[in-house]
Design a protein around this ligand. Sequence first.
Ligand code: ADP
Length: 325
Amino acid sequence: MEAVVEATDLERTYGETVALARASLTVERGEVFGLIGPNGAGKTTLVRALTGTTEPDAGSARVLGTEPSAVDRDRLGVLPQDFSPPDRLTARELIDYYAGLYDDARDPDDVLAAVGLADADDTWYENLSGGQQRRACVGSILVNDPDVLFLDEPTTGIDPAGRRTIWTLVEDLAAEGTTVVLTTHDMAEAEHLADRVGLLADGQIVAQGSPEELVATHGGSSRLTIETTADPDAFADLEYPVERAATRRRSTNTDAVIVRDVTPAEIGTVVDYLEARDLEYTGLTWAEPDLEDVYLALADDAERERTTSADDRTPTETATAGETA
Ligand code: ADP
């Protein structure tokens, strides 16, 4: 396989803030790599280092076999989080403008159709809906038919239909061999699009793998959520681990308990248990662990480690850190 994007031990600090702490990743040709992690984890800094907008303090970044700043711009597409084109350009003028920057641009009509804006091509950017605006931005970075695409939160603020349009677009591009690195806070998006996912915490990739691998390793067990006011103690004779749900069910505002490790075929056993003991319940939901469970488990671990190492510091060190924070 050909490595198209490579970060090796990238480091970047801003004053006292460590944005990247030896972050490493490799993305192969045609892969979609999803970068997830809490706010402030370093995702944007990593994307900026890989696209030549930020110079790392140490480590190396390579894209298409060269320094990011030296990559042939005809081969690169970058959608920053805060990309904001002029308000008074129509969608078509915007795409035309970007097409004009390249010798060998795609047909703007094809691009407008690909991002679902063929019917809104004469609308000023400022009058497009939020979702249409983001799709126009995505379109404008596709005009050069790039080999590598960096998308920083491509679907944030977009309605579900617009999000689907962008997902399909990314899937089609990857199928044609485009390498994609995307950051997202949407775990369903990462799970749906990414061949591999990297979780960034405190400037480091703390876990990476396919969504399936990550879920199998870090996702924990299945959850059968029972909406009931009964206490978890009432389930003591059930042969599965039972805990109280941390939050009330949003839809019904009822208390719930979570039964772990139940397979779908075993749900009947739990229902029989409830019936036999006259335990009242208003709903049952079964779910496999997913990427959100992975995210919560690993981000919690990182947070705990940070708190523990802060607690481990000597009083002098803690005072110094406090003064500089
Ligand atoms: P993310 O994209 O995961 O939210 P960022 O890469 O934006 O994380 O930020 C990582 C850390 O670096 C944050 O603490 C942020 O405040 C800091 N940071 C990022 N860019 C700058 C900058 N230009 N100047 C100062 N601090 C910055």
